[in-house]
Design a protein around this ligand. Sequence first.
Ligand code: RET
Length: 234
Amino acid sequence: MSAQQLPLLIGFIVMALGSLAIFAHGDKRREFRHHTQFHSVVPFIAGTAYLAMLMGTGVFVVNDVTIYLPRYLDWSVTTPILLTGLILTGLHEHPRHSTYVLPAIVLDVIMIATGLLAALAEDPGQKLVWFAWSCAAFLGVLYILWRPVLAIGDRLGGAIETVYRKNLVFLTAVWLIYPVAFAIGPEGLRIIGDTGSLWLILILDVTAKVVYSFLATSRFRSLPVGDASGAIRA
Ligand code: RET
């Protein structure tokens, strides 16, 4: 097994087991069970991507840099799921406010797609443009989470708002490290090499997907039925 394959194998195993653990432990009450479903599929998707990368499917070299295509495909599906779960929590499941979900997903998918373009771009100037564009889309996502959704959630109040705030802080803190990891990695300034970058992204992915999802779904267990007022009224 090569040095690159070990973090990929660990990623596959941790994601597969994490998916099962989240499904087994998450809240099963009617009002909250969709969060358990959302969050347990996230590591399942990531496990699929890690399996593909472990076998070398969709892994290719461009301009001396190894590009892991399954990683970007994974992120473009899992990050919208994570955002949808978080935004629904912040909006207390109110269908009236769910219009915030789509713009957040669009910005998020642009962030991942232009991140892939930044990785693929050979010209340093073009690479910088795509990196900056990806960061701009990311700021848009953070704006939606921290301004309108937080304001609506605060107005609606209740214990579910505390869950939103805790999940929001955790998600923001972890997601902010991704652009830094990209910038210092082989696709960017090449301060760390391919293997180091795989380990760093493994730690981030396990934290953002398994640890976050486990905590996020566990937090619903402490909520009384009826707290997601929008779901009950709808
Ligand atoms: C990229 C490219 C450079 C600029 C930015 C990026 C942001 C990536 C993020 C990824 C989050 C991934 C998660 C995966 C787990 O499900 C694409 C590295 C801003 C925020 C949370």
